[in-house]
Design a protein around this ligand. Structure first.
Ligand SMILES: [Zn+2]
Length: 140
């Protein structure tokens, strides 16, 4: 009986109580986001088929959650996956619900921020990676 109780305690003790459900596909990007910006991500992030042209959505309720369109996710590269997750996390974790319209002065095809309403092209994300990562600190 003693063992049974111990066993039950262990199971409960290992349960993730703070993270509701995050699809494992997003783990690496969540970790990076937490590391870069010193925050904890405590919300559901799941795949959900969204109507075009929406590829991601932050539902900013009292229990915020994020939906990511699987069709887009599996058809794009690592940089855009990261940008999409970061974009939605800035909405849901930092509470910035707006979008940026500005473009980079030195490269007018590249949005100034990942918080542009359109996904930033991989070419831009690659070339100006440090700028995009640093720039998001302003939304905290
Ligand atoms: Zn957005």
């Amino acid at each position: 009986m003693k063992y049974l109780i111990l066993f039950l305690l262990l199971i409960i003790g290992c349960g993730k109580v703070d993270k509701l459900y995050i699809d494992p596909a997003f783990y690496p990007y969540i970790d990076l986001f937490e590391q870069y910006y010193g925050v904890n991500v405590n919300l559901d992030i799941t795949f959900y088929s969204l109507d075009e042209p929406t590829i991601g959505q932050c539902h900013s309720t009292s229990n915020p959650y994020i939906k990511i369109d699987p069709e887009f996710w599996f058809s794009t590269d690592d940089l855009q996956q990261k940008a999409l997750i970061f974009h939605e996390l800035v909405h849901c974790v930092f509470g910035f619900m707006d979008h940026e319209n500005a473009m980079l002065e030195e490269e007018p095809y590249c949005p100034y921020s990942i918080m542009h309403k359109h996904i930033v092209p991989s070419y831009c994300l690659d070339k100006y990676y440090d700028h995009y990562i640093d720039e998001l600190r302003d939304y905290r």
